[in-house]
Design a binder for this molecule. Structure first.
Ligand SMILES: NC(=O)c1ccc[n+]([C@@H]2O[C@H](COP(=O)([O-])OP(=O)(O)OC[C@H]3O[C@@H](n4cnc5c(N)ncnc54)[C@H](O)[C@@H]3O)[C@@H](O)[C@H]2O)c1
Length: 379
């Protein structure tokens, strides 16, 4: 197996997962570090281990490619940098695995796709659920028509986040644009819980290309002092006729956890993941004829499968790419539609909001959102 070189762009935050993967499993995958691009690399939890490998550090992709090349670039930087960095890496000879969301705007994702097409390189987007073996097995059954047409899908995830979440790194979280005017549009649905919208668009689309939202009603609200929103209830229609209902919040407070749960109704089966009040991680389809198919534990986290796939593709293998930009742009388009429908989030009334232990939250919000989920109701 010839040695494959990997450039890591962004090695703090979520990028630490890719650092860990490369340090722990790079050798067995025949992959070595070509370099690290991160102007604040020293703040990475694994900086010392990276230094110990002898890898070279750069502040920009421009500085790296001035004298180096890489077979694969893995981009795990704040959203506003994705398009520029992905296009730069592609046009300088690298295949790219870019973290989700693909970018902040549809135009940015289209630029990335154009660079991919011009260079003939691979552009993989890091919605990891698309790379998960159990989810892929379900997807194969959906594509084979075993479940029939998708009818109505609902999904909920309540992940309380402290104020420090919004202040981390460059302070880009919750912002519409950065100081240079670059689009970010970071919010609970575009970032942390994006997977659970993307999953519905991906699973019920054609092959790995996904399906678009046709129309939506949406409530967006904020308790935190941010430019976008930390709470959403969305009731959408997809181009394939299915209903997509989505509930998420970062403002439900210390006791307000609900790990991802969904219920997808198809003509022939109902697929469930987790449940209200539970922390389930199995993907199970109950068919109308009484049979049950357990697809197994389905992980919504982790970098392993996507990095493995990106490495296989960079080697020129014929591995399928389960999350191409064609799929991820469906989520970006949904976010653009959402901003059109709700240019500004509603603000929770001051007397409904509490701040303690470094968290801003709304007492009782979890119950209200669970009610929305159970009743397919807007907030
Ligand atoms: N797949 C997932 O489950 C998942 C989870 C969390 C975050 N993410 C995604 O990962 C990306 C990064 O998010 P985060 O929460 O880790 O952000 P973060 O701000 O915590 O970390 C970003 C990292 O990028 C570095 N960085 C900043 N500017 C840079 C630049 N110009 N060039 C190179 N590096 C730069 C920072 O120093 C830091 O190390 C986002 O796209 C986010 O949506 C994905």
């Amino acid at each position: 197996m010839s040695e494959l070189t990997v450039l890591l762009v962004g090695v703090g935050g979520y990028g630490t997962g890719y650092v860990r993967e490369m340090l722990d499993h790079g050798a067995e995958r025949g992959a070595t570090l070509a370099g690290v691009v991160d102007p604040y690399a020293a703040t990475s939890r694994f900086y010392d281990e990276l230094v110990a490998t002898g890898v070279r550090f750069f502040d920009t992709v421009e500085a790296f490619y001035a004298q180096n090349t890489a077979d694969l670039a893995v981009i795990s930087t704040p959203i506003q940098f994705h398009a520029h960095q992905a296009v730069y890496c592609l046009t300088h000879g690298s295949h790219v695995l870019c973290e989700k969301p693909a970018a902040a705007t549809v135009e940015d994702v289209e630029r990335m796709m154009a660079a991919r097409d011009e260079t003939g390189k691979t552009l993989a987007i890091g919605f990891q659920w698309c790379y998960d073996p159990a989810m892929l097995a379900l997807k194969a059954d959906v594509d084979a028509g075993l479940l029939g047409r998708p009818l109505a899908m609902r999904s909920i995830v309540l992940w309380p986040r402290p104020i420090s979440y919004y202040k981390r790194g460059l302070g880009w979280a919750g912002k519409k644009r950065d100081a240079s005017g670059a689009a970010i549009f970071d919010n609970v649905a575009s970032n942390a819980t994006a997977h659970y919208i993307e999953n519905m668009l991906w699973l019920t689309g054609q092959g790995y290309g996904g399906v678009d939202v046709k129309d939506m009603a949406v409530d967006t609200l904020r308790a935190n002092d941010i430019e976008m929103f930390d709470t959403i209830v969305m009731d959408a229609r997809l181009e394939n006729g299915a209903r997509m209902f989505f509930v998420a919040s970062h403002a439900t407070g210390p006791e307000g956890w609900q790990n991802p749960a969904f219920e997808y109704e198809f003509e022939n089966a109902v697929v469930r993941y987790g449940a209200l009040g539970e922390n389930g991680d199995r993907l199970i389809a109950a068919f109308r004829d009484g049979t049950v198919k357990d697809y197994g534990v389905s992980s919504t986290g982790g970098c392993d499968h996507k990095l493995e796939t990106a490495i296989a593709l960079a080697r020129g293998g014929d591995a399928a790419l389960p999350c191409p930009a064609e799929a991820a742009i469906r989520h970006t388009r949904a976010m653009a539609m959402l901003r059109e429908k709700r240019p500004e989030a509603e603000v929770f009334p001051a007397d409904a909001v509490r701040e303690d232990d470094g968290m801003v939250w709304v007492p009782g919000l979890k119950d209200r959102l669970v009610h929305c989920y159970e009743n397919w109701a807007m907030l």
